[in-house]
Design a protein around this ligand. Structure first.
Ligand code: UT7
Length: 344
């Protein structure tokens, strides 16, 4: 059996905020943001848009593309959506605190009546974890065949807009893929689909990227005046150092442990946090910059949506060919990290 990506989709809000726009509100500049991060703009959701809204749009795009390209047996999106057995949503910005899982709201909105639904919360590594989770659950039961894996974020809701070090980094968006279990013979670098995943965590860095208030450690108290919404606090230097080291190590391990050459890879799709992090890892491994697909200049860091948004752009623009080998790699709060090796 192989776990193949059949189609992709993405959704970003319509409101684009450039670095210059931000510089009108906080003490920063286009020059600083570009030179320190590679980010040029970000898209921000309006007040009425929550995580599930973006997730629904991205999921529908993926289902529609599967029909348009004729890569599934079904003739309409309505028929196809009923064959989805599982929805795994990676997000750090659920519609509601604790429950329901936001994936259940997406399941209802798109009419995936036969799908189980679950959320995964491992911050920016979310999509890498969600893909492996969905693949494992498809493999675990012969009756399960298809899954939607979605990364969707409305990070603007948990951004501290007064903290210039972190607020310039984040944006909103969603990406989705349609996974299918096919009859290809097993996992291995010669086969199609998901070949191998590395997942990991270093919980000693749990304080480096954190939303402090609202959980069971620091709950809101009756009568408390809440004038600052829960927001991300970040130790930028600690996260930066962790990211460079772990991205380097994960790419190196995936290549070496699968006996691959750098030339075997069509693309490396890193989490789009900071171009300097990617460049530093690339330099250590002597990987040319054009091997990495980067779009943070346009979208900034959309956390668990960043990798599937990249996949969708590559896929729709024809820059991913059947048989191409791609490697995803990412890191995030937790601290968590991981990477997937995929034959397209
Ligand atoms: O998905 C994971 C999310 N988080 C990350 O990926 C964060 C990883 N870390 C980073 O990307 C980098 O550490 C940052 C981009 C956050 C910071 O870049 P840096 O090169 O490490 O800058 P810095 O913190 O050393 O700050 C240098 C200077 C400071 O001024 P002084 O003390 O030298 O006068 C900062 O106050 O830049 C200042 N600064 C800014 N200036 C203009 C910090 N943020 C800004 C800003 N605009 N937005």
């Amino acid at each position: 059996m192989a776990i193949e990506i059949k189609a992709t989709g993405k959704a970003v809000p319509s409101q684009r905020i450039s670095n210059d726009d931000l510089a009108l509100r906080i003490d920063t500049s286009d020059e600083w943001i570009r030179s320190h991060t590679g980010i040029g703009s970000r898209y921000i959701a309006d007040e009425d848009t929550a995580c599930s809204d973006l997730g629904v749009l991205a999921a529908r795009e993926a289902l529609n593309l599967a029909i348009e390209r004729g890569v599934v047996g079904e003739k309409t999106t309505g028929e196809l959506v009923l064959t989805v057995d599982l929805i795994v949503l990676a997000t750090a910005t659920q519609d509601y605190y604790s429950h329901p899982a936001t994936s259940c709201i997406i399941q209802h909105s798109i009419g995936a009546k036969n799908a189980a639904a679950m959320d995964i919360t491992v911050a920016c590594s979310g999509f890498i974890y969600a893909l492996e989770t969905a693949a494992a659950l498809l493999n675990a039961d012969r009756r399960r065949k298809r899954a939607l894996v979605i990364g969707a974020e409305v990070l603007s809701r948990i951004t501290n807009w007064e903290d210039r070090e972190s607020c310039v980094l984040f944006g909103d968006g969603a990406g989705a893929i349609l996974l299918e279990k096919t009859e290809d013979s097993g996992r291995g670098v010669a086969n199609r689909g998901l070949i191998r995943t590395i997942l990991g965590a270093d919980g000693s860095g749990w304080e480096y990227l954190i939303v402090q208030r609202g959980g069971s450690r620091h709950p809101w108290k009756k009568g408390e005046v809440v004038d600052v919404p829960p927001s991300i606090a970040m130790n930028g230097h600690a996260v930066y150092n962790f990211a460079v080291g772990i991205i380097t190590e994960t790419i190196d391990r995936l290549i070496k442990e699968e006996n691959l050459n750098l030339n075997d890879l069509a693309w490396i799709i890193p989490h789009q946090a900071n171009a300097r992090i990617v460049q530093a890892a690339g330099k250590r491994l002597k990987i040319p910059e054009d091997k990495f697909y980067l779009n943070m200049e346009e979208y900034a860091n959309t956390s668990s949506a960043s990798i599937p948004i990249c996949m969708d752009e590559l896929n729709r623009s024809g820059r991913l060919k059947k048989g191409d080998l791609i490697l995803t790699v990412g890191f995030g709060g937790g601290l968590t990290y991981g990477g997937n090796l995929i034959r397209w």
